[in-house]
Design a protein around this ligand. Structure first.
Ligand SMILES: Cc1cc2nc3c(=O)[nH]c(=O)nc-3n(C[C@H](O)[C@H](O)[C@H](O)COP(=O)(O)OP(=O)(O)OC[C@H]3O[C@@H](n4cnc5c(N)ncnc54)[C@H](O)[C@@H]3O)c2cc1C
Length: 508
């Protein structure tokens, strides 16, 4: 039996920042006959314009939307990212890279890290990062795309570091090409159905009305529809993630310095600071807790710490860590900052917006009526994503020996969410990482951070101790040498960008 074609769902997106244009372009590209998309944005309000580092998942999104990587990188002055270098987090003076890649390989069903732990205990292994291709390439400032197949060159992924002020406009152009209708203007009113409470139209300052069936709130921290109209409660996570400000200051690159294919996060007395290398400049910012440091002192700290000529004065951004209790309420769906925000330590915000879009597309109404089961499923999935990211972020602060400031003392000694306490106990007692299918951050990420922060387990898989240590050492050594040899043959990151026609912006 053939299904009767439905009337397309009229989607209205409020907000033209990264989240808004990603949503509009995503729906227009992936649900072409099932939805029409209109987007309202206000030039007077503008976009937040920060958010420069991403996760590898963004590549799939860019690809699914039919965007050419080279054109995208050129337009957003993007560089490649192989992971994040965390400095001074577990202990001042120590650093580790959380790579977008694996460490070694399983042998006889036993995870590589168990062998590494055994060999480390015997004093026969290097640092864990020595056995990761992504870490090797990052440390050497080299880049080439991963290879297909099973070889060493296939054991990593990559993301982008781009100019956030250029990403939204790039997505806008793409969205317009896909048929999104754009309205410029300030939304000052919202009309709702008196019976079911659904939003029926947005009203602009000049009187224009934009009607729709489904409203996606991408209005940023204002959260006009989800937080405002729907009054969806905010779950505040400041007690676990006290950073609630950032002082951002772009700088010129330091002459002669290599272009790093990774983000650097350096712990500070009241938070941490980022360095994100773009083609044409270095993004810098101090993410800090206002309960432990005032804004003027944070600006002074970032001025003192940043290398390279400042290109602007520090700009302070304020935020609250947490999320709305529901991201989909009635016919309003929050995507991006309107639905929640977790500080940028692991560059997860654009990923969370992307996943909300992906889930919305999967659970998109079949016709104009919304199935409450789809709404509930969406809310469960979004909550799961936020919870996983939250726990992972807290780990970076909690698993530390730092006792040099009130900020670190608070984080080191606080009670963490039960879900994280259980994960940490499992690791500590068995060397195992909690398994899950969905959501962000799998084994290699947790292992990188546990080990990097100095949290080594009391036990590991006993099978790793049965193997002949000399043979295991031989295998570890050959892996390390193979990584070094293959990394040495890779092009320098900047050279790769230059060589690959069309990726380098004119300004770079
Ligand atoms: C300090 C900091 C660092 C960050 N770093 C990262 C990072 O490294 N990686 C990462 O993934 N994310 C990062 N983020 C998050 C990232 O910036 C956001 O997730 C992303 O930019 C999406 O923002 P948005 O589109 O939700 O909101 P916005 O960019 O604020 O857009 C809001 C839109 O709503 C419109 N609007 C609002 N009110 C009205 C109205 N009344 N009428 C009409 N239009 C209206 C505005 O015009 C604008 O177009 C960072 C955030 C902060 C604060």
């Amino acid at each position: 039996m053939t299904q009767k074609p439905r009337e397309p769902v009229r989607v209205v997106v409020l907000g033209g920042g990264t989240a808004g244009w990603m949503t509009a372009a995503g729906i227009a590209a992936l649900l072409p006959d099932l939805a029409t998309v209109e987007l309202v944005e206000s030039d007077d309000i503008g976009i937040i314009g920060v958010g420069e580092a991403t996760l590898p998942h963004i590549r799939g999104f860019v690809e699914r939307l039919g965007i050419d990587e080279a054109a995208f990188m050129k337009a957003t002055h993007a560089t490649y990212k192989l992971g994040i270098d965390f400095r001074d987090f577990g202990r001042i003076g120590e650093s580790y890279i959380h790579p977008f890649g694996t460490f070694g390989e399983k042998v006889a069903d036993v995870g590589f890290h168990h062998y590494w732990l055994e060999m480390q205990r015997r004093g026969m292994a290097g640092s864990l990062g020595d056995y990761s291709f992504a870490v090797g390439a990052a440390r050497a400032n080299r880049f080439a795309p991963p290879e297909m197949g099973e070889g060493l060159g296939s054991t990593y992924g990559y993301a982008y570091q781009f100019d956030a002020t250029l990403f939204g406009p790039f997505m806008r152009q793409h969205g317009l090409k896909l048929g999104v209708t754009r309205h410029e203007g300030l939304v000052t009113g919202v009309e709702r159905d008196g019976e079911n409470g659904n939003v029926t139209a947005l009203v602009l300052q000049d009187g224009r009305r934009i009607e729709g069936d489904l409203f996606v709130d991408c209005s940023g921290f204002r959260s006009l529809l989800l937080g405002g109209e729907m009054a969806e409660e905010w779950e505040d996570w400041t007690h676990w993630l006290p950073c609630d400000r950032a002082a951002a200051m772009p700088c010129a690159h330091v002459d002669g310095e290599p272009l790093r294919p990774y983000t650097t996060a350096t712990a500070m007395p009241a938070g941490w600071r980022w360095q994100i290398p773009l083609q044409h400049r270095m993004g810098n910012g101090y993410v800090f807790s206002s309960a432990h440091l005032d804004e003027d002192r944070a600006c002074e700290a970032i001025r003192n710490a940043a290398e390279g000529e400042p290109l602007a004065d520090p700009r302070v951004l304020r935020f609250r860590p947490g999320r709305r209790r529901k991201s989909w309420s009635h016919n309003v769906i929050g995507v991006g900052l309107s639905s929640g925000f977790l500080e940028p330590l692991e560059s997860t915000s654009i990923y969370l917006a992307q996943m909300a879009i992906t889930y919305l597309i999967e659970l998109f109404p079949d016709g104009r009526a919304i199935d409450p089961r789809d709404r509930a499923a969406f809310n469960r999935l979004v909550d799961m994503e936020y919870d996983r990211v939250r726990d992972f972020l807290i780990l970076h602060y909690h698993a530390t020996t730092r006792d040099d400031s009130e900020f670190w003392n608070h984080l080191r000694t606080m009670t963490v969410p039960d879900s994280l306490a259980e994960k940490m106990a499992l690791w500590r007692e068995t060397g195992r990482v909690e398994r899950y299918e969905d959501g962000l951050f799998y084994d290699a990420s947790w292992i990188a951070v546990y080990v990097g922060q100095g949290l080594l387990p009391e036990r590991h898989d006993p099978r790793a101790a049965i193997a002949d240590p000399e043979r295991v050492k031989g295998a570890l050594d050959s892996l390390r040498h193979a990584i070094t040899a293959q990394v040495d043959a890779m092009p320098d990151h900047r050279a790769y960008l230059r060589r690959e026609a069309g990726r380098l912006a004119d300004a770079a």
